[in-house]
Design a protein around this ligand. Structure first.
Ligand SMILES: C[S@@+](CC[C@H](N)C(=O)[O-])C[C@H]1O[C@@H](n2cnc3c(N)ncnc32)[C@H](O)[C@@H]1O
Length: 247
């Protein structure tokens, strides 16, 4: 997959792209990220990319011409079907389902806004999707673009050492993931649940399923409502109900 990022702070991405999974994904050539400085598309000698808002008010607005020219240039290479995504708190909420959908694309163009945001004509003319990473306001779209790149990259074939881990991960199965433990089995009076030391694969699998259901029921009950429950999930939820009645 090829991801183009348009930003006024290209340096923001350097260390993140050179670390951990993103570095591995790039080395394995599963992912290529090109970070483009928007100022290269500014026509004036000072490379100005923002201006005062029409109608007055606080802050600056990102000018339409550099952004639209940048996207048009990148689309001439990527082809007209490439998604052009504006990071904005007003966009659709980015989630695992969206990451999976984007991971199927060959190329993406991400636009990072700044100041009060981008001139509305950018949205109208070149943006195909708007994504938000949550209901809070960042200073710029760069952290949001990195979140999208990270979540998408780990879904690309050949990037994760053990792709089986994707299946049980939170949201992959529609549930939050079960709790994890590693050595030592005892630490300051806190023990690893006996079943995990038993070596009994079927019991471990059932315990994990039950704990995933417990977590989801406690923390994100709305996820359970969206799920088609298996026979086993119904049984385990009934057990959890019974445990609650006893408390
Ligand atoms: C200070 S914000 C602008 C907020 C805008 N004035 C508003 O109220 O909707 C500047 C830029 O940061 C990015 N940004 C801020 N919060 C974001 C979020 N939750 N998700 C995605 N991008 C965000 C966007 O690119 C936005 O253009």
């Amino acid at each position: 997959m090829h991801i183009d990022v348009i930003t006024i702070f290209p340096d923001f991405f350097s260390s993140a792209l050179d670390c951990s999974m993103l570095a591995r994904a790039r080395q394995a050539e599963a992912l290529a990220v090109e970070v483009h400085d928007l100022r290269n598309w500014a026509a004036d000698k000072h490379h100005v990319v923002d201006d005062y808002p029409y109608g007055g008010g606080a802050g600056m607005v990102m000018k339409p011409e550099p952004l639209i020219l940048a996207v048009e240039d990148l689309l001439s290479e990527a082809g007209p079907d490439c998604p052009v995504i504006l990071l904005t708190p007003q966009g659709q909420q980015f989630d695992q389902a969206k990451a999976e959908q984007l991971a199927k694309q060959e190329q993406l163009i991400l636009i990072c806004g700044h100041y009060e945001g981008v001139d509305e004509r950018v949205r109208q003319s070149v943006v195909t999707e708007e994504l938000s990473i949550g209901d809070y306001i960042l200073t710029g779209g760069e952290p949001a673009a990195l979140v999208v790149i990270e979540a998408v990259a780990r879904l690309l074939p050949g990037v994760l050492g053990n792709p089986a881990s994707l299946e049980s991960e939170s949201f992959g199965s529609g549930l939050l993931e079960y709790p994890h433990y590693t050595r030592p089995a005892q630490w300051r009076g806190m023990s690893v649940p006996e079943v995990l030391l038993s070596g009994h694969h079927q019991k471990i699998r059932r315990w994990r399923h039950k704990e995933a259901l417990r977590r989801t029921r406690e923390r994100r009950p709305e996820l359970l409502e969206q799920l088609e429950l298996t026979e086993e999930a119904r049984e385990l939820l009934a057990e959890l109900e019974a445990e609650c009645d006893q408390d």
